[in-house]
Design a protein. Structure first.
Length: 607
């Protein structure tokens, strides 16, 4: 029996997401599926791993088969000395006992980069890029640091195949792997029956119709101002919400929040609605989204009104609103249809659902696994060109222009990138300025490139990086345009090309700390921490900490300080922090909190 091992960031028993759907599919196809969450390190006694010698032993001693037929770790919390080191040992043991099964690992969470080195050469590695972790890392409340970006790049580089859930993520991952496959989210159509087959939930028996329905997390990416607007504009409609509330919904008599429901209960709420909605904010985070709920709405034959999300442009059964008024008008349009018109929209939604059935979407992946060849049958360039064609109907929209900017840059069509925006108005836009600056540099307009880069730094939180780049440009002997190219490639996500350029600057006969410092930061960007450390230690050995802020960028310095503190080399970590705090107020603000953490760690160790 073939084995699939899914390494996830969410527990199987949590809300049903993409990784659980993958697991269910492969079980139905006769695979043995092990599902491990990154937080499962305390669910087993690592000493047991020393006594198990077969795959049967591993499954019977550590795992249990859940109702979906998926093997998950036992829920018995181990009260011994549990640590993340246990996950290393578990992966190592799984490799050993499942070796002859030629297992396939599907990694869905970047932090697994710290453990996949234990994966043997007898396996295949698939990275499923299901979210824009870079955007999540910008929100302190999400709890992710920039390390999650570096780890993702490392996994993507090592994978035999990278799967992406959106077009934006496809372009992003194409910088790290030539073998990228687009696989949007889907739905189990068989789980959605006709309305008559579902009983009416007791908590909506008295709800006034028509019902406008939303399900899912009420989180920061949901546009609560839009919800307030449409609820105020249409007091005669009931806006019904089901899901987990991470932020507060607007208060209104016609807004009803029912809290979370079991996955299997959701269809009975969807089928009672007249229109389903996805009122997401329009930004880089939602640009990388293909919402599961969309396809579940479709499977229940419900027409959908959404805000602008690139991946769902042109899908039959939807209306895409680019303004708040459009959103209200499209809801009205569906509700004001006669019976025949509305039935036609229901048919469109149902037809779209069939195109996104999980078995239909995942069969090509299964076929590749079974052949032992995970190669895709199209080039990245071909896929991106086809995506550009789909976006052209919305090409006047600034949000879509920004998506086209990334695609044109990847294809090397820099003239087209620069033609997307009126240069005199770009400072008022929300766009990926670093990509536009790179495009201007490549068409020879260096001054405009620098001007756009200054807007990027003005609008971002990367002021320390700006300080570092400015210092390099002023005090380095490196050609200014090459330096700009290296940094713009880095900021745009094309790290390997940036490394290639930097490597070309190295004089093998002559030591240059500034070039080596750039190189160390680039290797950190792709999760190669050991290489970063080797380079940095060589520089420290020769230079000490004099002018360290001119040699390393702020992210690399933060990483190095953390490295020394974790190894209890507190004196050197303190010296670095104190030196950096003296540069200016901005550096002081960042590194004083780091120094505080070091003092706490040092105190805990000595008391």
């Amino acid at each position: 029996m073939k084995t699939i091992i899914i390494l996830s960031g969410i527990s199987y028993d949590y809300l049903k997401h993409r990784p659980q759907h993958f697991a269910s599919y492969f079980v139905k196809e006769g695979y043995e599926v092990l599902y491990i969450c990154i937080t499962d390190f305390n669910k087993f006694n690592p000493d047991v791993l020393k006594t198990v010698t077969t795959n049967y032993d591993v499954l019977s001693c550590l795992f249990k088969k859940n109702k979906d037929g998926v093997y998950v770790l036992n829920n018995n919390i181990y009260k011994g000395n549990a640590s993340t080191e246990s996950l290393y040992l578990l992966i190592e043991k799984i490799n050993e006992v499942f070796f002859n099964n030629h297992p396939t690992y599907i990694v869905t969470f970047p932090e697994w980069a710290n453990y996949i080195e234990k994966i043997s050469q007898n396996t295949k590695l698939i990275y499923d890029c299901l979210d824009d972790w870079e955007e999540f890392s910008k929100d302190p409340e999400m709890g992710y640091s920039e390390l999650i970006i570096y780890n993702e790049r490392k996994i993507a580089s090592l994978a035999d195949l990278v799967i992406t859930s959106s077009n934006r993520l496809f372009v992003k991952m194409s910088f790290y792997n030539e073998n990228v496959y687009y696989l949007p989210n889907g739905v189990w159509n068989k789980e959605y029956l006709s309305k008559e087959k579902y009983s009416l939930p007791s908590d909506i028996k008295s709800v006034k119709k028509p019902i406008i329905f939303f399900m899912g997390a009420i989180a920061k990416w949901v546009d609560t101002e839009l919800i307030s607007f449409i609820a105020t504009k249409r007091p005669e409609y009931t806006f019904l919400f089901v899901g987990h509330a991470r932020c507060k919904l607007p208060e209104a008599d016609n807004i009803i929040f029912l809290g979370t429901k079991k996955y299997e209960e959701l269809p009975q709420y969807i089928v009672r609605s007249s229109v389903c909605i996805i009122p997401f904010k329009v930004n880089n985070l939602t640009a990388a989204v293909t919402p599961l709920k969309l396809y579940e709405y479709f499977a229940a034959s419900k027409p959908v009104v959404t805000t602008l999300m690139p991946d769902i442009i042109g899908i039959s059964g939807t209306r895409t609103a680019t303004t708040y008024n459009d959103f209200v008008n499209y809801i009205d349009e569906y509700l004001n249809m006669n019976k025949e018109e509305y039935l036609l929209e229901e048919e469109k939604a149902k037809s779209s659902a069939k195109l996104f059935d999980w078995p239909y979407l995942l069969k090509p992946i299964k076929d590749r696994i079974e052949k032992g060849d995970l190669s895709t049958n199209y080039t990245r360039e071909m896929f991106i060109m086809e995506t550009i064609d789909k976006y052209l109907n919305f090409a006047s929209n600034d949000f879509i222009k920004n998506e086209l900017l990334g695609m044109y840059n990847f294809l090397g069509l820099f003239d087209l990138s620069c033609s997307l925006f009126d240069f005199n108005e770009i400072s008022l836009k929300k766009l990926d300025f670093e990509k536009l600056a790179l495009a201007f540099l490549y068409i020879g307009e260096v001054e405009r490139s620098e001007e756009v880069l200054s807007i990027y730094f003005e609008k971002s939180d990367k002021k320390l990086i700006n300080f570092y780049l400015t210092t390099l440009l002023e005090k380095s002997n490196i050609d200014k345009n090459i330096l700009l190219e290296i940094f713009l490639l880095k900021l745009s996500g094309n790290i390997y090309e940036s490394i290639k350029l930097t490597d070309g600057l190295l004089d093998k006969e002559q030591y240059d700390p500034k070039i080596l410092g750039i190189l160390s930061s680039l290797y950190l960007e792709i999760g190669e921490e050991e290489i970063t450390l080797q380079i940095a230690l060589k520089i420290f050995e020769i230079e000490g900490i004099v002018n360290v802020e001119q040699t390393f960028d702020a992210n690399t310095l933060l990483f190095l300080i953390k490295y020394f503190a974790e190894r209890k080399q507190y004196v050197f970590a303190e010296e670095l922090c104190l030196h950096l705090m003296g540069i200016n107020e901005e550096w002081n603000r960042v590194f004083v909190s780091i120094l505080s953490d070091i003092y706490v760690s040092k105190y805990m160790d000595t008391n």
